[in-house]
Design a binder for this molecule. Sequence first.
Ligand code: ARG
Length: 657
Amino acid sequence: MNILVELRLRFHQALRTVVDDPTDLLDQVVPAQDPRFGDYQANMAMTLANRLSQPQRKVAEQIVQNLQVADLCDPPEVAGPGFINLRLRDDWLAAQLQRISTDPRLGVSPVDDPATFVLDYSSPNVAKPMHVGHIRSTVIGDSLYRILRFLGHRVIGDNHLGDWGTQFGMILYGYKHFRDPSQFAQSLVKELSRLYKLVNQLVEYHQIRQELPELQSQFAQRIEVLDQQQAVAPSADGAEQKRAAKRLRNLKKQVAEMRDKVAAAEKKLAEVEESPELCRLAEQHPNIGSAVLEETARLHAGDPENLGLWHDFLPACRQEIQKIYDRLDVRFDYEYGESFYQERLAEVVARLRQRGLATVSDGAVCLFLDGFDAPMIIQKSDGAYLYATTDLATIDFRMQTFQPDAILYVVDHRQHEHFQKLFAAARLVGYERVDLQHVSFGTVLGNDGKPYKTRAGDTVGLESLLDEAVRRAHAVVAANDDAKPDGPELDDDQRRHIADVVGHAAIKYADLCQNRTSDYKFDYDKMVALEGNTATYMQYSYARTQSIFGKGQIDVQRLRTLDSPLCLQHPTERALGLQVLRLSEAIAEAVVDYRPNILTGYLFDTAKRFSEFYQQCQVLKAESEALRTSRLRLCDLAGQAIRLGLELLGIRVVEKM
Ligand code: ARG
């Protein structure tokens, strides 16, 4: 049962006697901020009093009179100007906890009206190794997949692999010009990733050489403007002074950003120029940028050699990525990938032209969309199709194949504009009913507040990132075990297994517990810490519940089926019990705006409530057998809530830590 939903229902009935349609008032029934005032509170009396021009307290009292909650709450109280405070009855709470004890869903009901979701997540470009930037889409998408499914929705997970883009042009060019046959025979994937890096580096080198002078002169100009601004005598007018200060701040920020940009560009140039080998290659391949595009175009046109190589390379690339998915325990229902849609693109463009929706402008086929200055190009003048064309074809396919009610794209915030245009285009095409959502997220930053890189300035590969997290988790697990009062309990194998679970969980949780739209700082030490809002702390809390059962030699299955009422007399017992019952609310709220951090927040609170309870209440040495049993059952419920919540985030637990 979802207590909040139930209470809102009761308020709906009560308010109907006062207003015709109370729906918009119901979100003013909320969990209480301060437990001293109860468990929930309703604040709509004030709003309503304004509307009806009546005294606030009188309206509140009238609502309370009509409110039928006696079966679940103590008599409601009106406080202050008209807050209605609700406290759940202890016997009702105890009965609810009793009811969910044997329920694997812990009382969380599936939704009444299941919908079909297509979830587009992870979706890396497969020609290059996955890096830290791919964690977010993979992990957030996977957890949304699990949560929506758990709620009873039909969910189709589709990994929209980038398996057809310029990256393949790069490895094709690399293969043809720079391959090392012996390396190739040894490890295809390693060699491909070396080729990708090399070609990318040379392409960038030539591009930067062309663009740097312009960039430098823009930078110099900005500095000049800044100098001028700084030289202006301060105005006597206060408001003008403020505006000037703001201008100055903005300018300084721009200058700092440009300085970083110039420095990064110069660094890239230097990397090539300091290596005689790279210098030679750069000189020998002056037109590598356009040559790569030609290789891509040839692949797209069905050139037998390029297509053959693509067929050779793709399985290896996908295997490499699959290794990461296996480690992260992430699965998809489909992995169609961009290549799957290629044969449909011409038709998509032709149809849009036929229907008069697309127009040719400067030789390119464009969709002009309301609310956007620039059109969405769906075919370039040289005939090439674009990322957007594939995405349009993908929507067609998904609509026909799955008839979804919603398509969620879990993709980096930098693609905001792409998706806004895509959604506008989809509506233009006639997909008006499907709910298209860009579930966007911020950047993973290093300690310096800039995108997370290795010391050498490379993006960090996911594989090594996971290894490092596991290594650090091992240290934490070992230290914790060594410090146990009766000596260590874990052997080497156990420690390794636990470190593996804890390390992977740490990476996932550190990502999921962030408000997804913000950037966050990647910090190994914080993420494996035994205290704070970390997976490690949740896993530790769960393991603690299990160790209590171990110590007391408790048969948990039997415990769950006992028919004795739970005792919620101590405030920490009651708080923990109520917290367990609020799992439904957390899960429901997490999918409102697709935010797994609502669930991590719930878990953190649950772990804290459990720890407070365990500190203040004797469990195995409780005063009476009945109390001991009741407290053991609370431990079990807390453990189950944590385990289930973590499972919905794609995180496993361990029985011992
Ligand atoms: N492969 C793309 C990238 O790495 C992300 C694809 C997201 N999904 C989509 N349907 N466009 O940037």
